[in-house]
Design a protein around this ligand. Structure first.
Ligand SMILES: Cc1cc2nc3c(=O)[nH]c(=O)nc-3n(C[C@H](O)[C@H](O)[C@H](O)COP(=O)(O)OP(=O)(O)OC[C@H]3O[C@@H](n4cnc5c(N)ncnc54)[C@H](O)[C@@H]3O)c2cc1C
Length: 349
C-alpha cells in the first residue's frame, strides 16, 4: 500500500491531523491500538481562560477561532451534534475574588468570555455566599462520540489499522519510508502520553499528568451549565455531571485510585449540598510538556518523521490549530513559532 502519510495515534491530535489530510486530498493510513486514551475520557470542555487567576490561557483565544469551525465542519460531515455550548458559573470565594473578577472582565480577550456582573442567584443545594462570575462562549465538545464516529468512518474506508505500531519495523531512507506493507513519504506521530515509547522523539521532555474524574448523578440538581469551584462540575444531561479533575505527576498507571476519589468527593462537598450517586470513575493521562507548550515539528535528523503532541490540559482547543500548523509546515515549509517548535529541545538529543 502506497500513501502520502502514515499517522500513528488516533486521539484528538491524530484526528485533527487526519482531517487536514482529507481536506487537502492526501492519501493516508492510521495505526492506533485503542489503548486507554484521554481523548475519550475527557470532560471535553473548551474554555480559553484560566479560572484560578482570571487570565487568558496561552494562545487559547486564537486557537479557538480555528477549533470552532473545525468542529462545526465535523458536525456537518457526520450529521451529528458534537458542540454543546453552556456557561460556566465560577463560584467566587471572597470579596477579593469578586473585585478581581470585575477588574479582569474589563481586559482585552477576557471581556470576550467574562460577564462583568457578579451574579447572585439561588441554585438549590449549591453553597455560594459570594455569588458567581459567569463565563460565556464556552462549553463542551463530545470528544468521545466524535472519535467513535470518525474511527468508524475510517474503518469503513479501510484507512484505520487497529494495532500497536512497532518502531523497530520502520525503515527510513531519504524520500521513502517503509513500514510492513506500507510505503509512505511522511510519518506523523501523535501518540499522546505514550511518546516516551517512541525512540525517535522520546528525548522530548513530557511530564505526564494523570487525571481522574467522577461521573455522578444528582437527582435534585437541574442545571444545564457548568459549576467551577475547587473542581469543575460539567453537565452531561439527565442530572449527570462529570466532576474533576485531579492532577498526579508521579503515578503513570491508568488505574483509578482511592486517594483521587476521596479528593474529588471532599472538594465536591465544599459546595454541593445535595445527595448524589457515583456512576463511574474516569482516568486518563494528559500529555503535558515541561514548558506547557505543544510539541510540533520534524525530527532533526529524519525530516520525514514529524511529531504532533503536548496538547496538555486543553486538547479540544489546541489540536485543530497545531494540526494545521504541522501540515502547512510539512507541505509548504511554513514556519512553526519557536514556542511550539520541537527545535527548542534539540539540545536534549
Ligand atoms: C482527566 C482528564 C480530563 C481532561 N479534560 C479536558 C477537557 O475538559 N478539555 C480539554 O480540552 N482537554 C482535557 N483533557 C486533555 C485532553 O484529554 C488531552 O489533551 C488530549 O486528549 C490528548 O490527545 P492526544 O491525541 O495527544 O493523545 P491521546 O488521546 O492519548 O491519543 C493517543 C493515541 O495514540 C495511541 N498510541 C500511542 N502509541 C501507539 C503505538 N505505538 N501504536 C499504536 N497506537 C498508539 C494511543 O492508544 C491513543 O489512542 C483532559 C485530560 C484528562 C486526563
Amino acid at each position: 500500500m502506497k500513501v502520502d502519510y502514515l499517522v500513528i495515534g488516533f486521539g484528538l491530535a491524530g484526528m485533527a491531523f487526519i482531517a487536514e489530510l482529507e481536506k487537502a486530498g492526501k492519501s493516508f493510513v492510521v495505526i492506533d491500538d485503542n489503548q486507554n486514551i484521554p481523548s475519550r475520557v475527557v470532560g471535553g470542555m473548551y474554555n480559553p481562560t484560566i479560572l484560578k487567576r482570571f487570565t487568558p490561557a496561552w494562545k487559547a483565544h486564537e486557537m479557538w477561532q480555528i477549533a470552532l469551525p473545525f468542529y462545526k465542519e465535523l458536525e456537518k460531515k457526520f450529521a451529528k451534534k458534537y458542540i454543546y455550548p453552556f456557561k460556566i458559573c465560577r463560584i467566587l470565594q471572597s470579596v477579593g475574588e469578586q473585585n478581581n473578577w470585575v477588574v479582569a472582565s474589563d481586559k482585552t480577550l477576557m471581556s470576550e468570555y467574562m460577564n462583568p456582573k457578579i451574579v447572585h442567584k439561588d441554585i438549590n443545594g449549591i453553597n455560594a455566599p459570594f455569588g458567581y462570575g459567569e463565563l460565556k462562549n464556552v462549553g463542551r465538545i463530545a470528544g468521545e462520540e466524535l472519535l467513535y464516529d470518525y474511527k468508524a468512518y475510517l474503518i469503513e474506508n479501510d484507512l484505520f489499522q487497529q494495532k500497536t505500531f512497532k518502531y523497530d519495523q520502520l525503515i527510513i531512507s531519504d524520500d521513502i519510508i517503509h513500514y510492513q506493507d506500507i510505503e509512505t513519504t511522511n510519518v506523523v506521530f501523535s501518540e499522546g502520553s505514550y511518546l516516551h515509547q517512541n525512540p525517535y522523539f522520546s528525548y522530548l521532555p513530557m511530564r505526564e499528568a494523570k487525571g481522574e474524574m467522577l461521573l455522578i448523578e444528582v437527582p435534585d440538581l437541574a442545571i444545564n451549565y457548568a459549576l467551577k469551584s475547587s473542581v469543575f462540575m460539567v453537565p452531561f444531561g439527565n442530572h449527570k455531571f462529570v466532576v474533576g479533575a485531579t492532577y498526579n505527576w508521579e503515578d503513570k498507571s491508568f488505574k483509578p485510585t482511592k486517594t483521587a476519589k476521596q479528593e474529588l468527593k471532599r472538594k465536591l462537598q465544599g459546595f454541593l449540598k445535595l445527595p448524589y450517586k457515583v456512576l463511574d470513575y474516569k482516568v486518563g493521562i494528559r500529555p503535558t510538556i515541561k514548558d506547557r507548550r505543544p510539541l510540533v515539528g520534524k525530527h532533526p535528523k529524519y525530516s520525514n518523521l514529524a511529531v504532533l503532541n503536548g496538547l496538555g490540559t486543553r486538547g479540544v482547543i489546541v489540536a485543530p490549530a497545531i494540526a494545521s500548523i504541522l501540515f502547512e509546515h510539512i507541505e509548504n515549509n511554513t514556519p512553526i513559532i519557536d514556542e511550539m517548535n520541537i527545535k527548542r529541545y534539540e539540545n536534549l538529543l
